[in-house]
Design a protein around this ligand. Structure first.
Ligand SMILES: [Zn+2]
Ligand SMILES: [Zn+2]
Length: 234
């Protein structure tokens, strides 16, 4: 028989909802904490079962806790995902129309870029080209800040990429809307935004996946075409 939803599960869900996304070790700690507080059976290796019990309850609501990987360090993350809306309309209640247009255009830049990053100057240059309503640069800067705070984008040295939460939440949307350009990682088969690409055959791999894969190889060769891997191993 499937495990019942208990107060421990409900507490876990509430905390995850308030965070939006949680790193794997945080989620494991929270799992333990919730079980202890509510006197529910706990085993450290049962987080996946614990989450699937919650997911069964979330199913009729078209929501799901989904596991994904940070493209920076390869660590697991858990995010609460809304399955009912597979587009950027998920964000619609939080942002105005021209803010959403700026987000879409930023996403285009990031996905079409070589390395998965869009320089802030390129994004800010879009502000006065928006079709819905033009934005001043200052305004656009504030909007970008909000996207980072709300975990849709993350920023590094003046460049923006998609936040792990955004990737987990929008993976399907991106794969179907950017079919010709969005890449899947050759190692883990998930969407790869920040990646290195084989110069010979064009496959892409996440940086953490590359690190892991080449650690076990004597020579860095492409797993697909076996040509020498010319990018610097991250
Ligand atoms: Zn990967
Ligand atoms: Zn190759």
């Amino acid at each position: 028989m499937a495990a019942q939803m208990t107060d421990a599960h409900r507490r876990f869900l509430q905390v995850l909802m308030s965070h939006g996304i949680m790193e794997g070790s945080e989620a494991r700690k929270l799992h333990k904490h919730c079980c202890e507080v509510h006197n529910v059976y706990y085993a450290h290796d049962k987080l996946a079962d614990f989450i699937s019990t919650i997911n069964r309850q979330l199913q009729p609501l078209f929501m799901q806790i989904r596991k994904g990987m940070s493209e920076d360090d390869g660590r697991a993350h858990y995010a609460l995902v809304n399955l009912a809306e597979t587009e950027i309309t998920k964000m619609a209640s939080d942002y105005t129309e021209n803010e959403l247009e700026l987000f879409r255009k930023t996403m285009d830049l990031i996905i079409l870029s070589e390395n998965g990053f869009a320089p802030s100057t390129d994004i800010l240059n879009l502000a006065d080209q928006l079709k819905t309503k033009k934005m001043k640069k200052k305004e656009a800067e504030q909007v970008l800040k909000a996207f980072v705070e709300d975990k849709w984008l993350s920023e590094r040295n003046g460049e923006f990429t998609l936040h792990t939460r955004c990737i987990i939440e929008m993976e399907q949307y991106i794969l179907s809307n950017y079919q010709d350009v969005a890449r899947k990682c050759n190692i883990c088969h998930s969407l790869a935004i920040q990646s290195q690409v084989c110069e010979s055959c064009g496959i892409g791999m996440h940086l953490p996946c590359i690190r892991k894969y080449f650690r076990a190889q004597t020579e860095p060769r492409c797993p697909q075409c076996n040509d020498f891997w010319t990018c610097d191993i991250p």
